[in-house]
Design a protein around this ligand. Structure first.
Ligand code: MEV
Length: 472
């Protein structure tokens, strides 16, 4: 299909793509012109993209410089889930997410638990990991004997890089030699652990590791204890690991079972807890369900991670690896019911920062952190984990009672109406109508067709509302 589609409101690309050299060297305007040239109506495309530019050129420059080859800004909703009571303190939590029901679910669950003691949290550990992967052929006993000397050289040789971090109370914790030669011939690692205090620490860790590699090479080349081929070491790479099983936070909610009465009209609190427990146990044993169960957790986690300028890819990678730590991918949550009590817990690794990176650059991130009371990294771990648990609890609560589609589609109604370019008057009537009826793409489409039919008499359907409709 070519040209502008009325149905989707999108421009179709008309020009075949070719390999372009030096794209990154063009100015933003030149890049935009080049890409616009792939559209049937380049001017229209250009105007559309430019309409998303920040009105303040200084701020736009900031966004342009976050990444390479930026053409414009990509908008996402920035919302608030209020009333999170976490360890006795109330937070109104910023969330960046496009999925319609996530903020509403977080807010509803936060309110629910605020009336039952709120979320309780515990920081279990805060270690990050980095590795230098190297190949070496030689006498392993000799290497092990010389290890303390090597470790001292690694620490001393990085004193300058670690100075500021040490001043803040962090730095290198342990340095171990890991023998992986039973898995790949001649393969070893230097595995180091770090405390990066309030920064996520990726740049710090990678800088230290690259210096480790230099020191390691020098150590083998200059030590009088190594001869001939033993002096050669091949460093393959030096990089942090995003798997941080020792940077762990736990969050939980708990109450007497009878405080769950009323969650569903047809269930007592105890019956609800029993069903809920079944759902959690299914996610414990079934990987297909565990993946979706954990996805619901990350609806909340990613939203806050994004709003606070953290790296959601790193957070996701780490937690999914953690969910499979025993060799089978499973749920990140645990449930305990007994003696009339309900306790629901989420434990996961979260490597977050509240200094460095985007945290003091992105204006909305600065505001997010301010709203949260400028937390340190540990406090942010507690908040993020609690929102994750809230979203998961909200999802399971719906799933084991009325199902999620009713609520989900109600929240999605606006998106469907926008898809069909509904006017404000039509939206108002749709909101009214779909209080009673089931929302599906088809039912909304039919509803709009009915409204748009010239023979349709609105007051037959919406007594008292016809004025609104005819003002559209
Ligand atoms: C949808 O974004 C998330 C859920 O599928 C999570 C779940 O099934 O637990 C509702």
């Amino acid at each position: 299909m070519q040209g502008f589609s009325l149905q989707t409101g999108k421009y179709s690309v008309v020009k075949e793509k070719e390999i372009i050299c030096g794209f990154s060297k063009l100015s933003r305007d030149e890049k935009l012109s080049y890409i616009a040239g792939h559209y049937e109506d380049p001017e229209r495309f250009r105007k559309d993209l430019e309409s998303y530019h920040h009105p303040d050129p200084e701020k736009q420059k900031l966004f342009d410089e976050f990444s390479e080859n930026t053409l414009t800004n990509y908008y996402m909703p920035y919302g608030i889930a209020p009333n999170f009571l976490i360890d006795g303190k109330v937070y109104h939590v910023p969330m960046v997410i496009e999925e319609s029901s996530v903020v509403a679910a977080a807010a509803k669950t936060a309110k629910f638990w605020s009336e039952r003691g709120g979320f309780h949290t515990e920081i279990i550990s805060v270690e990050k990991v980095g590795q230098v992967h190297f190949f070496w052929k030689g006498n392993k006993t000799k290497l092990n004997t010389l290890l303390p000397d090597l470790v001292e050289k690694l620490r001393e040789g990085t004193l300058q890089i670690t100075a500021n971090m040490r001043k803040r109370g962090g730095g290198i914790l342990n340095i171990d030699l890991v023998d992986k030669t039973d898995e790949i011939a001649d393969y070893f690692q230097l595995k180091a652990t770090f405390n990066t205090v309030d920064s996520m620490g990726a740049n710090f860790i990678n800088s230290v590791l690259e210096e480790f590699a230099v020191i390691l090479r020098r150590f083998f080349q200059t030590s009088p204890y190594f001869n001939g081929p033993e002096r050669n070491v091949e460093v393959v790479m030096s990089i942090l690991s995003n798997y941080t099983p020792e940077c762990l936070v736990r969050t939980w909610v708990e109450c007497d079972m009878n405080r769950l009465d009323g969650i569903d009209d047809e269930l007592t609190g105890e019956e609800f807890a029993f069903r809920f427990e079944r759902a959690v146990n299914i996610a414990k044993v079934d990987t297909f369900r565990a993946t979706t169960h954990n996805k619901g957790i990350f609806n909340g986690i990613d939203s806050v991670v994004l709003a606070t300028g953290n790296d959601f890819r790193a957070v996701e990678a780490s937690s999914h690896a953690y969910a499979a730590k025993n060799g089978k991918y499973t749920s990140l949550t645990d449930i305990e019911t007994g003696d009339g009590k309900f306790r629901y817990t989420l434990t996961l690794p979260l490597s977050l920062g509240t200094v460095g990176g985007l945290t003091n650059l992105h204006p909305l991130v600065v505001n997010s952190l301010k709203l949260l009371g400028n937390p340190n990294a540990e406090e942010l771990m507690r908040i993020v984990a609690s929102v994750g648990l809230a979203n998961n609890f909200g999802a399971l609560k719906s799933l084991v009672t009325k199902g999620i589609q009713k609520g989900h589609m109600k929240m999605h109604l606006m998106n469907i109406l926008n898809q069909f370019k509904a006017t404000e008057a039509e939206k108002k009537l749709a909101r009214e109508y779909f209080k009673e009826f089931k929302v599906t793409v088809k039912s909304v489409q039919d509803f709009l067709e009915m409204l748009r039919d010239p023979s349709f008499i609105v007051e037959n359907f919406f007594p008292g509302n016809h004025e609104v409709f005819f003002k559209r």
